[in-house]
Design a protein around this ligand. Sequence first.
Ligand code: ATP
Length: 234
Amino acid sequence: MALLEVENLQTNYGAIKALRGISFMVEEGQVVTLIGANGAGKSTTINTITGLLKPVSGSVRFMGQDITGWRADRVTKLRLIQVPEGRQLIANMSVMENLTIGTHIRRGEKIDEDLANIFTRFPRLNERRTQKAGLLSGGEQQMLAVGRALMMRPRLLMLDEPSMGLAPLLVNEVFQIIAEIKAQGIPILLVEQNARKALQIADYVYVLDRGQIVNQGTAEELRSDPAILSAYLG
Ligand code: ATP
């Protein structure tokens, strides 16, 4: 049994068929990445898994449990945690408040310890712990969004375009952090337009095109596939 099993998932926005029946899996300890162009359906996939969107058909199973169509707050309680595209921090709350805002689902266990770990891993967040999130730079906001997700002790972390809008140096930093999270054994579903970077870190890759999975394989296989090279690695 895989940790996450998505089967024949279809999601529409009114008449627009954004997901046309996609199937994929994430196993324990893996980094799985979904790559694809703008509008391929990557965000729709994550948002359907976390309950922000309702599928018209298909299923999502997490840890063996059918969670299809569950409300987002219920999905979060399973510690299936999303770092949304655009980060969605609370701009007028401090770094500290943003980090602790979701932790009520953990009933107080070891929250201070985890917070200390986050501040060790992200020294810049530590320096700015009392600053309002809205005043952070783009890179710092991305770190904060990832830090906030880690505070939920995710069983599966889903990252939606973590490198979006960041300067190359910061993109490297974000991927370095993803590598550290992977090394810690936290499984990751990574959605990225930056296929080159995503393929460096992924164990397994699915290629999404107009709502369908058109290719899949190990990162190694896809890195040497001429069609992938020309379409996604330019
Ligand atoms: P991006 O990198 O732009 O986020 P994506 O691969 O994540 O791309 P989605 O955002 O999932 O793609 O979009 C999939 C399809 O659904 C696209 O055709 C998009 O135009 C459409 N779509 C997305 N959100 C909406 C919406 N709120 N209303 C209508 N159509 C939408």
